[in-house]
Design a protein around this ligand. Structure first.
Ligand code: 1HE
Length: 263
């Protein structure tokens, strides 16, 4: 199924070769995540694995990646606890589909990556920042709690103590410090250009290798070390004997394949 044929007004999609660019498209609302946007992510990530797309750049229109939960919608809807629990389950559905899809997602970050915006970014496989990017979890200040997977993914990236500090005190991370604590892996002038470059590199890998990298590692993190080592052997048995790797291995054996050395 072609991703471009999906009707997703809050996500602008374009495809260049095998790389899809998915742009959050509510800049007037600082790309706040309302119910419709989350549903559109679910539709997108349902279709993605069978679309032929080999990598995704997730970026945003306007100056901010995402201001998180749509606070105005949340305020207006005056939800019950049960309603909001169901909202969170839709967020989890969307972001789990993204993390476990098997297709590399590279997030190009700028401006606010805040609250649910950080939950979205932390579901991507690689995060690229620019000098304007800043990360925050202002849930404490808003009288809220994270509901889109931050307790799992942000704690995994930076550790629970830093996450608790961010939520209690509103601490903001940016620049080199954000890199150092693990919120992003690249800090560049133009995050979108870098994300495109990385996505095009990753898209060249055999899809089965990318599938394993972008789903098996996440699954194995949820297993005991004993079970994970078993699962790793099974996945490697399949991936490391795939026909698509034969040419690459032959090139190494006959000395035409690239050597792995720093520039
Ligand atoms: C929004 C939202 C939003 C902006 N929900 N509408 N997230 C936050 O606590 C962050 C809230 N937002 C901000 O702090 C600021 O908007 C920004 C720093 C991101 C940007 O500031 P600025 O001066 O450029 O924009 P603005 O004037 O604050 O907002 C422009 C418009 O975007 C305005 O709408 P308008 O119709 O009045 O023009 C804002 O209402 C709208 N807007 N952010 C709704 N978040 C699953 S649980 C997750 C829990 C969380 O995510 S908590 C974190 C919430």
């Amino acid at each position: 199924m072609s991703l471009e044929s999906l009707v997703l007004p809050n996500l602008q999609i374009s495809i260049d070769s095998t790389v899809a660019t998915v742009r959050l498209n509510r800049p007037d609302k600082r790309n706040a995540l309302d119910g419709d946007t989350i549903e559109q992510f679910i539709t997108l990530f349902n279709a993605l694995p069978r679309s032929g797309v080999r990598a995704v750049v997730l970026c945003a229109a306007g100056n901010h990646f995402s201001a998180g939960l749509d606070l105005v919608e949340h305020h207006k809807l005056d939800r019950s606890a049960a309603d909001f629990m169901l909202v969170c389950m839709r967020w989890h559905e969307a972001f789990n589909k993204m993390e476990y899809s098997g297709i590399p997602v590279i997030a190009a970050l700028k401006g606010a990556v805040v609250g649910g915006g950080l939950e979205l970014a932390s579901s991507a496989h690689i995060r690229v920042s620019d000098q304007t990017t800043y990360f925050a979890l202002p849930e404490g200040q808003r009288g809220l709690f994270t509901g889109g997977g931050a307790t799992i993914r942000v704690a995994d990236l930076i550790g629970k103590s830093r996450m608790i500090d961010m939520m209690l005190t509103g601490r903001i991370y940016k620049g080199q410090e954000a890199m150092d604590v693990g919120l992003c892996q690249y800090l560049v002038e133009d995050s979108e250009a870098k994300a495109q470059e990385l996505a095009h590199i990753a898209a060249k890998n055999p899809p089965l290798s990318n599938f394993a990298i972008c789903s098996a590692i996440s699954h194995m993190q949820n297993m005991s070390a004993f079970d994970a080592s078993y699962a790793e052997a099974v996945v490697a048995g399949i991936v490391n004997t795939q026909p698509a790797s034969r040419e690459l291995l032959a090139a190494f054996a006959n000395k035409t394949g690239a050597r792995i050395k720093p520039e």
